[in-house]
Design a protein around this ligand. Structure first.
Ligand code: LLP
Length: 436
C-alpha cells in the first residue's frame, strides 16, 4: 500500500528507498514513515471536507506520533494540532508550529501545563472538567486575557455492543456527562466566566472505528443537547468537534470505511439535524490521529534466534518488540509482516514473531506466514505508524529505535536512535566511599 513496492532485487522499497539500504544506514529496529502517504491522508481529509461545503478544521491528534519534523509536515499540510501534554506542546513549539492552531486536550492538565499553553497563546483549550474550568478562568483573569474553550462532553454512546470503542470504559474519565446534566451546568459556568469564551462542544467516542453509526448516534445526542442550550440559555455553538477515531486496515481482515464516506455521513447528519432544529450550521472540527499516520509507518527488525517446538510452533525472534510496539501485548492488536530482503521468496512456513523482552507476552505476531527465515533476515511489520513509536518505552533498558522519513528516493532521520548514554542520562550516582 501507499508508496511501497517490491523492487527488482526482491527487496521491499518504501518511498523509493530500498529497505535493505535503509537498514545498512540506520540499523534496526527502525521506524520508516512514507511521508507522501501521510501527506495524501491529510489531503483526503481536506478534499472530503471541502466537498461538503461546511466550514471545517482538521486537527492532527499528535499522540499518535509526534516529533519536530512530523509537526512541520502537519503544518505544511494545513492541519491544526491537538496536544495533550506539556511535552507535546513543547515539541510543537520547537517545530515553530503556529500556536493559534494548537488545541489542548486532557483530563488532568496541570496548572504548569495550562500556564505554558497560555504563555504560548494557543488557539483553544478543550476543557474536560469543573476543576479545569475554575483554574482556567482564574489564570485568564489574572492575566486579563480572554481564553477560547470547547467543552468536552460525553454523549453516552453505548460502547460494548459496537466495534467503534475498543476499550469499553474509555470515555468514563473524560468530559462532562450530558445525561446527568453536568454538561449543561458546565455550559452555564462557562458562559458566566468573564474570561472564558465558549466556542462550542467536543466529543470523542473512541478509536479504530469502522462504521459511521457511532458518529451518527453521537451527533444526534450532541445536536439535541445543543438545541436545548439554545432554548434554555440562548447559547449557539459555533463549533462542533466530533473527535477522531477513523479506523485503518491493519490486516486483510480489517475493512474500515473510507475517510470520505465517514465524512459524508457525519456532515449529512449534522446538516439534517441543523435544518430540522433550525440551528445555525456550526463549523465542523475533526481530530484524526491513527488514520493520518497509521498506514504510513513500517517497522524493520533483524531476525535473530529461532526456536522450534516440533508440531507445535516455531518462534522467530526479532531485535525489538514491546519496547517499540506495545500494541500487540497491550491490546492483542494484529499486524502483518513480510521479509523485506526476500519479499518474493515462495518457500513459506507459519511462524510466530517474538520480541526480545523478558516477558512471555512480548509477542508481535502469532501465526504469520513467512518465507523460511534465516538469521539476519529483515522483517517488515506494516501499519505501525500510529501509537507505536509514541508508546515506545525503555523496558529492559532497550533503546528506542530511530525514525526515518522516506520520500521520492530520499531518506532522512527525524528521530535518532537512543544511545546507552541516553539510558543513564537521568540516573543520579551517589558514591559513598571516596576510595571506590
Ligand atoms: N481526539 C481525542 C480526544 C482522543 O482521545 C483521541 C485518541 C483522538 C482524537 C485520536 O484518535 P484516533 O484518530 O487516533 O483514533 N493507544 C491506543 C489508542 C488510544 C487513542 C486515544 N485517543 C491504540 O494504540 O490503539
Amino acid at each position: 500500500h501507499g508508496n511501497s513496492r517490491i523492487n527488482n532485487e526482491g527487496h521491499l522499497e518504501i518511498g523509493g528507498c530500498d529497505t535493505v539500504d535503509l537498514v545498512k544506514n540506520y540499523g534496526t529496529p527502525l521506524y520508516i514513515y512514507d511521508e507522501a502517504l501521510i501527506e495524501s491522508k491529510c489531503r483526503e481529509f481536506h478534499e472530503a471536507l471541502r466537498e461538503t461545503g461546511m466550514k471545517y478544521q482538521v486537527a492532527y491528534a499528535s499522540k499518535a506520533f509526534l516529533c519536530v519534523e512530523q509537526a512541520r509536515l502537519i503544518e505544511r499540510e494545513g492541519l491544526c494540532l491537538d496536544v495533550v501534554s506539556g511535552g507535546e506542546l513543547y515539541t510543537a513549539l520547537q517545530a515553530g508550529y503556529p500556536t493559534e492552531k494548537i488545541h489542548f486536550h486532557g483530563n488532568n492538565k496541570t496548572i504548569e501545563e495550562i500556564e505554558e499553553a497560555l504563555n504560548a497563546k494557543i488557539g483553544c483549550f478543550v476543557v474536560d472538567n469543573f476543576f479545569e474550568l475554575e483554574v482556567l478562568q482564574a489564570l485568564a483573569e489574572q492575566r486579563n486575557e480572554e481564553v477560547s474553550i470547547l467543552l468536552r462532553v460525553t454523549p453516552g454512546v453505548e460502547a460494548h455492543t459496537h466495534e467503534y470503542v475498543m476499550t469499553g470504559q474509555e470515555d468514563s474519565k473524560f468530559g462532562f456527562d450530558i445525561m446527568s446534566g453536568q454538561a449543561n451546568e458546565a455550559v452555564e459556568v462557562s458562559l458566566n466566566s468573564t474570561n472564558l469564551k465558549l466556542l462550542g462542544v467536543h466529543s470523542h467516542i473512541g478509536s479504530q472505528i469502522f462504521e459511521p453509526d457511532g458518529f451518527v448516534h453521537a451527533i444526534n445526542v450532541l445536536m439535541s443537547f445543543l438545541n436545548g442550550l439554545k432554548n434554555d440559555l440562548g447559547f449557539t455553538a459555533d463549533i462542533l468537534n466530533v473527535g477522531g477515531g477513523f479506523g485503518i486496515r491493519y490486516t486483510s481482515e480489517d475493512e474500515p470505511l473510507a475517510i470520505a464516506k465517514h465524512i459524508e455521513k457525519i456532515t449529512t447528519i449534522i446538516k439534517q439535524q441543523c435544518e430540522e432544529l433550525d440551528y445555525k450550521l456550526p463549523e465542523l472540527w475533526l481530530e484524526p490521529g491513527r488514520s493520518i499516520v497509521g498506514e504510513a509507518g513500517t517497522t524493520l527488525y533483524t531476525i535473530g534466534s529461532t526456536k522450534t517446538l516440533p508440531s507445535i510452533r516455531k518462534y522467530v525472534s526479532v531485535d525489538g518488540g514491546m519496547t517499540d510496539n506495545i500494541r500487540p501485548a497491550l491490546y492483542g492488536s494484529k499486524y502483518e509482516a513480510m521479509l523485506a530482503n526476500r519479499a518474493n521468496d515462495e518457500n513459506k512456513e507459519v511462524v510466530s514473531i517474538a520480541g526480545k523482552c523478558c516477558e512471555s507476552g512480548d509477542m508481535l505476531i502469532w501465526d504469520c506466514n513467512l518465507p523460511v527465515v534465516q538469521n539476519k533476515d529483515l522483517l517488515a511489520v506494516s501499519c505501525t505508524g500510529a501509537y507505536g513509536y509514541s508508546m515506545a518505552n525503555n523496558y529492559n533498558r532497550i533503546r528506542r529505535p530511530a525514525v526515518v522519513f522516506v520520500k521520492d528516493g530520499v531518506s532522512r532521520e527525524v528521530v535518532r536512535r537512543e544511545t546507552y548514554e541516553d539510558l543513564v542520562r537521568n540516573d543520579r550516582v551517589y558514591i559513598e566511599n571516596s576510595s571506590r
